[in-house]
Design a protein around this ligand. Structure first.
Ligand SMILES: NC(=O)c1ccc[n+]([C@@H]2O[C@H](COP(=O)([O-])OP(=O)(O)OC[C@H]3O[C@@H](n4cnc5c(N)ncnc54)[C@H](O)[C@@H]3O)[C@@H](O)[C@H]2O)c1
Length: 293
């Protein structure tokens, strides 16, 4: 595997992953609707992941795909736009990758595949920690699109044999943005209770994608991700008692322990987060990515 197509390559995660791939020695094809600044990829294409022709051109020479192009929040489009763009893009990318005999894809799923963070009924999960098989409760088009994307991965594997890793990202940003988010959430902890105050630093997210491209995986793997701790600098159990009372906790929670079960990522992908925003381990963006959005 030498060339990786990164879709959504101008996005926050797409840029971080593209840079990490280049540093790891891969050739990178970038595909995005537009570019806000110079891109580290050696092949930079402007195009639409819902276009069959644009994706066909972008897949030329690619051995693997890392697919991030999407409308990343339910409020950033109408339900029709969000569902159509996200699911059409994932189908188009995996369908064409499968037809060409590409063996590996990584797609951006989300903690939202479970449907709780944006659920207008303010529904709580049936228990914590959240796992890949936690029962979903979906009431917004973005969350629905992420669940459908995971199902599209199962279709593509069954039809073409392509192995797909769907990474369920929590809130993923560069550290200064995460710390600003933490300050906001600290004023209203209930606002993030249903997603267990989960986060992952951008550098750890990029490392997870590289592991997902390289790990020995057959079939479709859905993997929940998070830092080992939570966004807020408070004991997790106390936050749960105050803001998620009555939600069963499956085992005693120590200190600021994460409420995402990341054992699948650890055991199958060999990925463990190495950074926290609370202890000085979180990496700042490379110079080219300063002033993160
Ligand atoms: N950042 C997070 O907190 C987070 C959490 C969970 C899941 N995700 C998922 O990770 C992926 C990347 O998220 P991000 O935070 O980098 O978002 P982003 O908005 O920064 O990046 C998305 C990129 O996709 C591009 N794009 C959108 N529609 C496109 C299309 N039709 N054709 C080509 N390019 C298109 C956009 O131009 C943008 O560059 C998304 O699938 C998102 O749903 C992100």
């Amino acid at each position: 595997m030498t060339r990786v197509l990164v879709t959504g390559a101008d996005g926050e995660i797409g840029r971080a992953v593209s840079g990490a791939l280049v540093r790891a020695g891969y050739d990178v094809t970038a595909l995005s609707l537009s570019y806000a600044s110079p891109h580290p990829a050696d092949r930079v294409l402007t195009g639409d992941t819902t276009s069959v022709a644009d994706v066909a051109a972008a897949l030329d020479g690619a051995d693997a795909v890392a697919h991030f192009a999407a409308i990343p929040h339910p409020t950033l489009g109408t339900p029709y736009e969000v569902f159509r763009v996200n699911t059409d893009s994932t189908f188009n990318v995996l369908q064409q990758a499968g037809e060409r005999g590409i063996r590996r894809a990584v797609i951006a799923s989300s903690i939202n595949a479970l449907g709780y963070p944006n659920n207008l009924h303010r529904a709580f999960p049936p228990s914590f920690p959240l796992r890949e098989d936690t029962a979903p409760d979906v009431a917004d088009a973005y969350s629905l699109s992420k669940g459908v994307d995971e199902q599209t991965a199962r279709y593509a594997h069954r039809r073409y044999g392509i192995d797909v890793v769907a990474l369920r990202f929590p809130l993923v940003k560069w550290p200064e943005v995460l710390r600003a988010a933490a300050a906001e959430v600290a004023a209203d902890p209930a606002s993030m209770a249903r997603e267990g105050w989960a986060y992952l630093t951008m550098a750890d997210a990029a490392r997870a994608v590289l592991r997902a491209l390289e790990a020995d995986v057959t079939g479709v793997l859905v993997a929940g991700l998070s830092a080992d701790d939570i966004l807020l600098d408070e004991p997790t159990a106390a936050l749960l008692a105050a803001h998620a009372p009555g939600v069963p906790i499956e085992h005693p929670i120590d200190g600021s322990e994460s409420l995402i079960d990341t054992s699948v990522a650890a055991t199958v992908l060999g990925f463990r987060p190495t950074e926290s925003i609370h202890d000085g381990t979180a990496s700042a963006p490379p110079i080219a990515l300063r002033n993160p959005r």
